[in-house]
Design a protein around this ligand. Structure first.
Ligand SMILES: *[C@@H]1O[C@H](CO)[C@@H](O)[C@H](O)[C@H]1NC(C)=O
Ligand SMILES: *[C@@H]1O[C@H](CO)[C@@H](O)[C@H](O)[C@H]1NC(C)=O
Ligand SMILES: *[C@@H]1O[C@H](CO)[C@@H](O)[C@H](O)[C@H]1NC(C)=O
Ligand SMILES: *[C@@H]1O[C@H](CO)[C@@H](O)[C@H](O)[C@H]1NC(C)=O
Ligand SMILES: *[C@@H]1O[C@H](CO)[C@@H](O)[C@H](O)[C@H]1NC(C)=O
Length: 355
């Protein structure tokens, strides 16, 4: 354990040393895209952190997951916002974003984190698999990120984003299923922010309604922003259970928005705005829930143990019964030894039964 925390401290120090001199905000930075010459392979030219440590998103697969009993449920405070102080919905050219009130907090991450904004990532209508995190190599349809900053240590999100322990993101995986009225509180207004730079007020609502069932089950790891400048300052919480939205709702997300300004002569649709999964060498993801399909003989439930015991008992009884029956047959065959050969196969059978 001390070794691990020493390692973590070393990584953090490296991150700090690496980040401090190299983070003057690049000019004209918002040029980055997901495809083409400014696509994700080129991000690290302008934003060195994108080619650096602790990058997100990642694939969540069994080999890297460790159950950790100290991961308690998060507590969401101030989530039930009323309709009157409105939220600002923005198209920033990369995603659609809702600015969140600072009095919205998440507790249970050690420090206190106040909310900053939420936004989404998605695919396109021909390939609707645009989540950033994948589970066992599989994409979900889309992903919601609620971004917080460490308000115990920093005064605001823009100050915190490149600082140690600066940010926390809570991620919701989204799949296609039944319609989800909570998400319409965002999706109903997408048409008003079709183009980059557009902004609209929308009625406030309870952000908690956007979360999945059993939010106490989640993945936890240290990673980065998934968009430039990719600062490695994010404490990630990815909920295990997805939420469902309908095909029609997903379609709005995939078709309503553009990355470009209204007057741009070559408009680009806002689709496939997800970063590919990143290398995850020598890191672990902690999970707050016990994996159900354990390897045999560990963590068996009492029910399974009982069934196995019963089956074994029954098996032993059958073997015993067969053996006794064969033994009796053999004895009787010895009595009638004159008839000889006919009974020889029975002896062979007996040895087989004991093998
Ligand atoms: C940024 O873009 C503006 C025009 O949009 C241009 O005049 C300026 O030279 C650019 N700066 C850099 C550093 O590329
Ligand atoms: C569980 O997670 C905590 C941080 O949340 C960490 O300090 C601790 O070392 C982890 N425990 C194990 C057994 O990995
Ligand atoms: C949110 O607050 C409203 C009143 O402001 C109340 O009617 C509603 O039940 C609350 N919802 C939750 C989930 O607490
Ligand atoms: C964070 O939220 C709490 C609770 O609403 C509030 O008292 C505090 O002022 C906020 N912190 C910052 C830095 O805005
Ligand atoms: C954030 O806090 C820093 C440091 O106090 C301050 O200089 C900056 O203006 C603040 N930014 C915003 C957007 O409030």
């Amino acid at each position: 354990m001390p070794l691990r925390s020493l390692h973590a401290a070393a990584v953090l120090l490296l991150v700090v040393l690496k980040e401090q001199p190299s983070s003057p905000a690049p000019l004209n930075g918002s040029k980055w895209t997901y495809i083409g010459p400014d696509g994700e392979k080129s991000w690290s030219k302008t934003y060195p952190s994108c080619g650096g440590l602790l990058q997100s998103p990642i694939d969540l697969h069994d080999d890297i997951l460790r159950y950790n009993a100290s991961l308690r449920p998060l507590a969401f405070q101030g989530y039930n916002q009323s309709a009157s102080p409105q939220f600002v919905l923005t198209n920033n050219g990369h995603s659609v974003k809702v600015k969140l009130p600072k009095d919205m907090q998440v507790r249970g991450l050690g420090a206190r984190y106040n909310a900053s904004q939420l936004h989404l990532h998605w695919g396109d209508k021909n390939d609707p698999h645009g989540s950033e995190h994948t589970v066992g190599g599989e994409h979900f349809a889309a992903e919601l990120h609620i971004v917080y900053y460490n308000s115990d240590r920093y005064p605001n999100d823009s100050f915190a984003k490149d600082k140690p322990e600066g940010l926390a993101v809570v991620a919701v995986l989204i799949e296609v299923g039944s319609s989800n009225p909570a998400y319409d509180k965002i999706f109903d207004h997408l048409k008003d922010v079709k183009y980059k730079g557009q902004e609209v007020f929308i009625p406030g609502f309870s952000i908690e309604e956007l979360l999945p069932e059993r939010p106490e089950e989640y993945y936890r790891y240290r990673g980065s922003l998934t968009t430039p400048p990719c600062y490695p300052t994010v404490l990630w919480t990815v909920f295990r259970n997805p939420v469902q939205i309908s095909q029609e709702q997903l379609m709005k997300l995939e078709t309503d928005l553009y990355c470009t300004h209204m007057d741009d002569p070559s408009p680009r649709e806002m689709v496939n705005n997800f970063r590919r999964v990143q290398k995850f060498d020598e890191r672990l993801v902690y999970v707050s829930f016990q994996q159900v399909p354990d390897p045999p003989c560990t963590g068996l439930s009492p029910g399974i143990v009982l069934s196995v015991a019963l089956a074994c008992g029954l098996g032993i009884c059958i073997v015993l019964a067969v053996s006794i029956w064969l033994l009796r047959r053999r004895k009787s065959s010895k009595k009638g030894a004159n008839k000889g050969v006919i009974y020889k196969p029975a002896i062979k059978q007996e040895t087989e039964a004991h093998a």
